[in-house]
Design a protein around this ligand. Structure first.
Ligand code: SMG
Ligand code: MG
Length: 368
């Protein structure tokens, strides 16, 4: 394929309810979409960077800037562009993994649409539907939390993840266990809100039989997680720290994680995400697919990834209506706690043009 140009499209998607984590509250998702146009086909990419650099160093304006100034121009001269060629072509530029991931996703989508092959088939999926969990934000009260969790369990979600922070950890977990019982698959995510000095406190979560505690410490404190794992019996799962297959190999070797959350955006793309999966499988480390409040585009690719054999825990791959009243693609609808893996070429979904226009806040055509 030869690249003709890339359209950057910024959209604003109001969330059905505010989503509070230890680093902030989201009420609207500010998303950068990419549409790559090649001589063969078009492809869509979704950048998972958020408006502010609070989850990771990346943010939407920076992603747009680095794509415009460096990443897209780096693909310009390529005569035989395909998904596999994107990573090496962008490798000279440090960091900016979410921006790189979005561009690789779009090129891969174009390539696979041209070949008539699905993301799932390309990545090595072995399932046609995936079990889904849901990530539940920090609430103002335990009562509100129990209502939210009850609603998600009624909807069929097979696993609940509670966002935690100092002051909102043991009590919400206890309340959910008391109300909904010991059979509910339950885990927590701290988004780096604790320090090693909190080890004894975090060990108070041990009696609640959680599947895992996700990223309690700073993303660079990998050794700290290994120390924490000696004190806390609940399995440690890393999210923010796992930026590559190499980072996963190092964290596993150090004993810093017993489970890995795989997010393609955080790791520079779906191909590196698959390599993380492979490293974890080789070490017997279970993985699951994380979420970044994606639209139907990113969700389609995540569900395909989550169908790989090493994804043995339910992911944060929730249905469209958990996030948005109206998605930009045909909505992903929960069926018995599962989402179907798209089978049509490429992502298997396309944005609805009217819906897309309704949420667009800006577009920019970048010819190459
Ligand atoms: O997409 O359902 C989703 C969100 C899942 O909790 C979620 N993501 O650290 O895992 C995480 C967070 C990062 C985004 S929070 C705005
Ligand atoms: Mg997380």
């Amino acid at each position: 394929m030869k690249l003709a140009g890339v359209e950057l499209r910024r959209i604003g998607m109001p969330l059905v309810a505010p989503f509070r984590t230890s680093f902030g509250t989201e009420t609207e998702r500010d998303v950068l979409l990419l549409r790559v146009v090649t001589d063969d086909a078009e492809g869509w990419g979704e950048c998972v960077a958020m408006s502010d650099p609070l989850y990771s160093p990346e943010y939407v304006d920076a992603a747009a800037d680095v794509l415009r100034r460096f990443l897209i121009p780096a693909l310009a001269g390529h005569r035989s562009l395909d998904g596999n060629a994107v990573g090496p072509a962008l490798a000279p530029f440090k960091g900016h993994r979410m921006a790189k991931a979005a561009l690789e996703m779009a090129v891969l989508d174009a390539e696979l649409r041209a070949l008539g092959r699905s993301f799932a088939r390309e990545l090595g999926a072995v399932r046609d539907r995936v079990p889904c969990g849901v990530s539940v934000g920090i609430m103002d009260s335990i009562g509100e939390l129990l209502d939210a969790v009850g609603g998600y369990l009624d909807a069929g979600y097979v696993r609940i993840k509670l966002k935690i922070e100092p002051g909102w950890d043991v009590e919400p977990v206890r309340a959910v266990r008391e109300r909904f019982g010991d059979d509910v698959l339950l885990q927590v995510d701290a988004n780096t809100a604790y320090t090693q000095a909190d080890a004894r406190h975090l060990a108070r979560l041990d009696p609640f039989d959680l599947l895992l505690i996700e990223q309690p410490l700073d993303e660079e404190n990998v050794r700290g997680h290994a120390e924490l794992a000696k004190i806390v019996a609940t399995p440690i799962c890393l999210d923010e720290s796992i930026t590559s297959a190499r980072a996963a190999a190092d964290a596993i070797a150090l004993g810093a994680c017993q489970v890995v959350n795989i997010k393609p955006g955080r790791a520079g793309g779906y191909l590196e995400a698959r390599r993380i999966h492979d490293v974890c499988v080789a070490h017997g480390v279970p993985v699951w697919c994380g979420g970044m409040l994606e639209t139907g585009l990113g969700r389609a690719a995540n569900v395909a990834l989550a169908a790989l054999p090493g994804f043995v825990l339910p992911g944060d791959t929730s249905a469209s209506d958990r996030y948005y009243r109206t998605d930009i693609t045909a909505p992903f609808v929960l069926e018995n706690g599962h989402l179907p893996v798209p089978t049509a070429p490429g992502l298997g979904v396309t944005p609805d043009p009217d819906r897309l226009d309704a949420v667009t806040t800006g577009t920019e055509w970048l010819p190459v």
